[in-house]
Design a protein around this ligand. Structure first.
Ligand SMILES: *[C@@H]1O[C@H](CO)[C@@H](O)[C@H](O)[C@H]1NC(C)=O
Ligand SMILES: *[C@@H]1O[C@H](CO)[C@@H](O)[C@H](O)[C@H]1NC(C)=O
Length: 347
């Protein structure tokens, strides 16, 4: 009992600290993670405070947490490669596909490269208990150039909600509603970071492939935060249960009015696509956790693409013009700029 209380105290401290932004308890690479694939394309810094992941024509690279976690707060600051990065995918995600191949859970940040002079996009997604036929993608632009310096991408995962953060601003909230059933990720997951060739789909639905004349592509990961409830073999069940409760009341998991307002502002400006307003993809079936008050609906076409975001990128404008044209002719389907995204996995 005493030891579990002590463990809880430590966990709650680390949770509080994790959200104190700059003073987060940063995990050194060797302490929290191990290499996953890519051999020499994974390059930890000498002190282990950062890791470079490279993609060349032979292989991408990646690392995985040493523990799996049953809920927690997970963050990485990532500096993305610049110039021509079409087809390149940099991912920071939680998954248990190795342990539960037929019914795995997953929570994704996927950073999608682009042609030179065009912005990187960010995609979030979740799967629960093998719901891979029910992708829940959203795509966003970023309010900064992600190739200039590191920016923090974080996930808070609790038994009742998942929050995605960019530089401390919540950008997506998935509240677990009973109708989601097994679709809400609920089994322990490990934390992954990878870079890989997503030529088949990453940039405008696969129109622009990785061009290895620009390789190697290098993404730098730093400020790694693993502040979760680790799943220890033969562990202390009481401490584990207390840790899960602690995740639900941690600052990073609680949506204050100010945070909700910041999320609305971000989404209004930068959300490009959301499955929640895609009336075609699943035959008009809307996921139960979606936008209960409908306040975002008017900002989206029937295929879930935003009417409002108008970034400087020429590529996006062309896409927008195509989308507008599709509206004008009352086309029944989505514009051909993005496919119905199916499988987004590295393997
Ligand atoms: C998860 O999937 C397994 C295997 O398909 C199934 O037996 C189980 O009932 C599912 N759990 C939920 C909560 O849907
Ligand atoms: C969507 O509707 C079409 C036409 O009614 C049907 O053929 C198709 O099977 C449906 N797809 C899903 C996923 O329900």
């Amino acid at each position: 009992m005493a030891s579990s209380s002590a463990a809880l105290a430590v966990l709650m401290l680390s949770w509080a600290a994790a959200l104190a932004a700059a003073s987060s308890p940063v995990t050194l690479f060797e302490a929290g993670y191990m290499p996953l694939f890519g051999g020499g394309n994974l390059v930890p810094s000498p002190g282990g405070r950062s890791v470079r992941l490279k993609l060349d024509r032979h292989t991408g690279s990646g690392f995985v947490s040493r523990s799996s976690y049953h809920h927690g707060f997970f963050s990485a600051s990532i500096k993305l490669p610049d110039h021509h990065t079409a087809g390149v995918v940099v991912a920071f995600y939680l998954s248990n596909a190795d342990v539960f191949p037929g019914n795995h859970d997953e929570v994704d940040f996927e950073l999608l490269g682009n042609r030179r002079g065009h912005e990187w996009r960010v995609q979030t997604n979740i799967y629960g208990n093998g719901s891979t036929s029910r992708g829940r993608e959203e795509r966003y632009l970023l309010p900064f150039d992600p190739t200039l310096r590191p920016h923090a991408y974080a996930v808070a995962w609790t038994p009742t909600a998942i929050l995605f953060y960019v530089d401390g601003t919540p950008i997506r909230e998935v509240v677990r509603v009973p109708a989601m059933g097994g679709d809400f990720p609920s089994k322990p997951m490990s934390v992954y970071a990878t870079i890989w060739d997503g030529s088949a789909w990453a940039t405008e639905g696969g129109r622009y492939k990785v061009d290895y004349a620009f390789a190697p592509f290098a993404a730098d990961f730093s400020s790694l935060v693993l502040s979760g409830c680790p799943v220890a073999g033969g562990g202390d069940d009481l401490a584990a249960a207390e840790c899960q409760v602690a995740t639900m009341t941690a600052d990073c998991a609680v949506m204050t009015p100010a945070k909700r307002a910041a999320m609305r502002r971000f989404r209004r400006r930068y959300l490009l696509y959301t499955v929640c307003h895609d009336m075609y993809r699943y035959n008009g079936t809307v996921f139960p956790e979606c936008d209960a008050d409908g306040s975002e609906r008017d900002d989206f076409h029937k295929w879930g693409e935003s009417k409002r975001v108008s970034p400087s990128s020429r590529g996006y404008k062309q896409q927008q013009q195509r989308a507008d044209k599709a509206v004008a002719v009352a086309a029944p389907g989505r514009p051909d700029t993005w496919p119905t995204v199916g499988t987004l996995r590295v393997d």
